[in-house]
Design a binder for this molecule. Sequence first.
Ligand code: CAA
Length: 258
Amino acid sequence: TESYETIRIERKGRTALLTLDRPKSLNALNLQVMNEIVAATADLDRDPGIGCIVLTGSPKAFAAGADIKEMRPQSYMDMYLSDWFTAWDRLGALRTPTVAAVSGYALGGGCELAMLCDILLAADTAVFGQPEIKLGVIPGIGGSQRLTRAVGKAKAMEMCLTGRTMDADEAERAGLVSRVVPAGDLVGEALAVAETVAGMSLPVAMMAKEAVSRAFETTLAEGVRFERRLFHAVFATADQKEGMAAFVEKRQPGFTHS
Ligand code: CAA
């Protein structure tokens, strides 16, 4: 299953590292990249041996956007009938937690790809932006929505209307990324975070992800009700018994992901 041309997959214990590998175009996201990322992550999502997936690019570019050369000749009917970019929604619908490790350019579709992930770590070299307007288009993989929810209207509106970018420190202050780390440490840090997540109970981590994700979809009252139902549900897991027993017995838990 792992004969991809535009990405590389490495498994390390319970984590998987997906590296975008189209260096000549700064990891521009053409349809092949989209389809390979979606297929590879769907495989990993089905694998109970994988508890967290890290997505990363190169030091220079996480991804410099959707592929402008591929989009340039498309007509409205081409875009509409193929439902261009819709497959990306499947990345956001994965149940396994995902970490984006961003260094260099995360522009347009690159920024949107990072925002489709659950945890976003930035190298101090990261540059985020939605510069589509400069090409005479607008974001198409959710950028106008997810950036606005992440950083608020003030910055999102300015970025989408002028194309101005944010550096890593501004992105952290604005709440777009959880942490900024030195570029050389980025992938190591991301794998460490992933290993921590993958060491938790997989079904419980899935529920935690579902609960936080629901905050983007619904009202506070409905979200709290959803969380409460999931909270009750975790008491059906073996891992709740194990986690609480381990605390009381002053030992490390051995989760069985069940
Ligand atoms: N699509 C296709 N090719 C791209 C690309 C993209 N998004 N970004 C870079 N490339 C290609 C360049 O065309 C160039 O190829 P050639 O060698 O064949 O000319 C190669 O990658 C290297 O790029 P540069 O020479 O431009 O590198 P640089 O260091 O001078 O500049 C950059 C880097 C500032 C990121 C610049 O490449 C750039 O501005 N890229 C486009 C950024 C952008 O507009 N992204 C949004 C795309 S639209 C979109 O994403 C829609 C959506 O919502 C999904």
